[in-house]
Design a binder for this molecule. Structure first.
Ligand code: C5P
Length: 236
């Protein structure tokens, strides 16, 4: 087993425009708690972690009212304009503490239903890997490629080769810093997750098959679905 430590980065600097809500989605209520507190509670129960960093929007007005803000295991830092900038800011926040070979698990704050078993499987499946990888699930629908701004199908993709990328995504600290720096510099619009930055840097991340109830809260209906999933998970 690898002797390297595991760090957590939970980007929470988004404003969640698609939710059409007054609050960023991480501060919407889920079973009476902030989405952000549910997500962080789950992640922290899957330790041990060397530390946990949450990048926040510079105008965030709600963090200090969250349960997580008073949890001594969690540190916050200023996020950036895009998700990749926020993750990189959190990694810089760990400079001097995280070793190049340490693992970093990056998890969207808007995925509160991630199952503890999946986190444990990701950690153990990749612990001795050179690159790292991500939780993901094979695509079950037929996928069409449509030209942007049009309704015309250009092609049907071979779904046997397609997987849906979830989080957490797990990479080594030094490699992830380098890949994000290069990705942000060379592909300012193309970095929507850590794995894509690693791919652009020449790595081949591994997929670890995961439960499909690890949904990302994106539109208002997702909150109701998340409450249902959490209730089903609690019932075993
Ligand atoms: O908007 P989307 O759902 O794709 O965001 C994914 C994650 O990235 C969320 O957890 C969001 O808070 C975070 N994010 C961030 N900094 C940004 C944009 C998004 O930390 N500038």
């Amino acid at each position: 087993m690898s002797a390297h430590r595991f760090w957590l980065v939970v980007p929470a600097a988004g404003i969640g425009q698609r939710m059409r809500a007054d609050l960023p989605k991480q501060y919407l209520p889920l079973n009476g708690r902030f989405v952000l507190d549910v997500t962080l509670g789950r992640l922290l129960s899957c330790g041990p972690w060397a530390g946990c960093v949450v990048p926040l929007h510079r105008d965030d007005q709600w963090w200090h009212t969250s349960a997580s803000a008073s949890d001594a295991r969690i540190e916050s830092c200023p996020g950036g304009a895009e998700r990749a900038d926020s993750v990189l800011a959190a990694l810089h926040h760990l400079e001097g503490r995280a070793a190049a070979g340490d693992w970093v698990l990056v998890h969207d704050v808007a995925r509160p239903c991630v199952h503890q078993e999946d986190i444990a499987r990701l950690r153990s499946a990749l612990a001795d890997d050179t690159c790292g990888g991500l939780l993901a699930a094979p695509v079950s629908d037929t996928v069409k490629e449509v030209a942007p701004g049009s309704d015309q199908v250009l092609a049907t993709r071979d779904r046997k080769r397609l997987w849906r990328a979830f989080t957490p995504q797990m990479f080594r600290y030094g490699d992830l810093v380098a890949a994000l720096q290069q990705g942000i510099r060379e592909h300012p619009d193309g970095i929507t997750d850590e794995a894509s930055a690693m791919e652009l840097a020449g790595w081949h991340p591994r997929v670890v098959a995961a439960r499909t109830d690890n949904i990302k809260i994106t539109v208002p209906e997702d909150l109701v679905l998340a409450e249902f999933i959490l209730a089903r998970q609690a019932a075993g």
